[in-house]
Write a protein that binds this ligand. Structure first.
Ligand SMILES: Cc1cc2nc3c(=O)[nH]c(=O)nc-3n(C[C@H](O)[C@H](O)[C@H](O)COP(=O)(O)OP(=O)(O)OC[C@H]3O[C@@H](n4cnc5c(N)ncnc54)[C@H](O)[C@@H]3O)c2cc1C
Length: 390
């Protein structure tokens, strides 16, 4: 299936979808073969080992993944979100899956032949994933899964779901193929942002899967399996937001240099210049934190997960403020249906909620900032214990 599409450069790919991205936002999403096309452009599997169908060849794959993610994020958040969920699930399977699970799923995800969804959120479990009540019951050699998962990005397309539930009181992760009896999808439309991300709520009604579909032992589902996925998600969301902020700044700068009011270009007004300066600082700071997160990740440093949290927080805020200012500086043009800034303005708000809402991220960042100092100055205390939070 993948052989039919020629290999293309990532930049040609992102240029090619620039116009279509605005249409996908109003028409409900990209066509299904986009995943394969992304794979052909090297946008999927960039950080997976070649043994599992990926293209990671060097130790510097996190930075490479980051730059690719930013390039895609600068054009289409919905498609960048496909990269994010696909690589989130792949990262969790690579780290915690069995050899059989890796060989079954990773090449198919890297090639875009199969689409993955992360199914963790429920009606009463959002920021606090300890509260999930999806059940994963053992029945001989099989597992029976019951629950309702909300807001699954690409849930409409997903071939495989990484589901968080509980086996008794132990958080447990399981892979559920969506062609199994009992999987029902309800497409979601009209949400604030990510309008092209084929989101669905998913009901799992007495879905039976082999016991071999469990990822890691019961009890490790949240802290380890989903923890790995969310960490990866924060990293790619951060880089996607870097791309959004850069693109909005680029568009706004082009506009204020050419649009004339009161006999001069808008860029001649000091208040406009001040806004451009703030946008530049926000975008550049976000990029610096994302690059730091990539370096620590490539070095397998203990601080890598905290750095991803900080980068995601800063970059989502930068994307939100820069897109807001880009709409402002473009006036009515920034509000037009095909305006990149208005689309990113809506998408950026979502980025401040998912993979750890801003407030949750601040708590984690403060904990990290205090942690080392506390160890040096006071008797140790158990940290906030919110690994259960996103
Ligand atoms: C477009 C979109 C796509 C999504 N995709 C997926 C997906 O693919 N898979 C999936 O499983 N889920 C997905 N989600 C769900 C998303 O991860 C959750 O919305 C998010 O984790 C927040 O949970 P919640 O909405 O229940 O908000 P809540 O947890 O109810 O929080 C609401 C607000 O309360 C505040 N808050 C929460 N906790 C704290 C705290 N400890 N301290 C201070 N303030 C706090 C924050 O402001 C937060 O925004 C998606 C959501 C959206 C909108």
């Amino acid at each position: 299936m993948t052989e039919r599409l020629p290999r293309i450069e990532p930049n040609d790919f992102t240029e090619g979808i620039r116009q279509a991205a605005a249409e996908w936002d109003t028409a409900g999403g990209p066509p299904r073969d986009m995943a394969e096309r992304m794979a052909k452009a090297g946008l999927l599997g960039a950080d997976l080992p070649a043994d599992y169908g990926g293209s990671a060849r060097s130790a510097r794959s996190a930075l490479q993944l980051g730059e690719l993610t930013a390039a895609l994020g600068a054009v289409c958040t919905s498609l960048r979100s496909l990269l994010t969920v696909q690589t989130m699930v792949a990262a969790a399977v690579l780290r915690w899956g069995t050899e059989e699970q890796r060989h079954t799923w990773l090449p198919a995800l890297a090639s875009g032949e199969r689409i993955a969804g992360l199914a963790v959120t429920e009606a009463d479990a959002g920021s606090d994933l300890n509260a999930v009540d999806t059940t994963i019951e053992r029945d001989g050699g099989r597992l029976r899964v019951n629950g309702r998962k909300l807001w699954v990005t690409y849930g409409e397309w997903a071939d495989i779901l990484l589901v968080l539930g509980r086996d008794g009181d132990r958080p447990t992760a399981v892979l559920v193929e969506t062609d199994r009896p009992g999987v029902e999808r309800e497409p979601v439309s009209g949400q604030l942002g990510l309008r092209g991300a084929r989101i669905a709520h998913i009901r799992l009604r007495d879905v039976e899967v082999p016991a071999e579909n469990r990822v890691a032992p019961p009890g490790f589902g949240l802290s380890h399996v989903i923890g790995t996925a969310l960490d990866h998600g924060r990293f790619t969301v951060a880089w996607g937001c870097v791309g959004m902020a850069d693109a909005c700044l680029e568009e706004a700068a082009g506009h204020v240099l050419t649009r004339r009011q009161n006999g001069v270009a808008l860029a001649e007004h000091e208040l406009v210049r001040a806004k451009i300066a703030e946008m530049h600082l926000a975008a550049a700071s976000a990029r610096a934190l994302a690059e730091r997160a990539a370096r620590l990740r490539d070095d397998r440093a203990p601080d890598a997960a905290s750095a991803a949290f900080a980068a995601k927080y800063a970059a989502a805020r930068a994307a939100a403020s820069v897109s807001r200012d880009a709409v402002q500086l473009q006036g009515a043009a920034g509000c037009a249906p095909d305006s990149l800034a208005q689309r990113f303005f809506r998408d950026a708000k979502v980025m401040q909620i998912i993979e750890g809402a801003d407030e949750v991220a601040l708590l984690r960042i403060a904990e990290h900032a205090l942690g080392g100092r506390r160890a040096r100055t006071a008797p140790s205390r158990n940290p906030a214990g919110n690994e259960a939070a996103r």
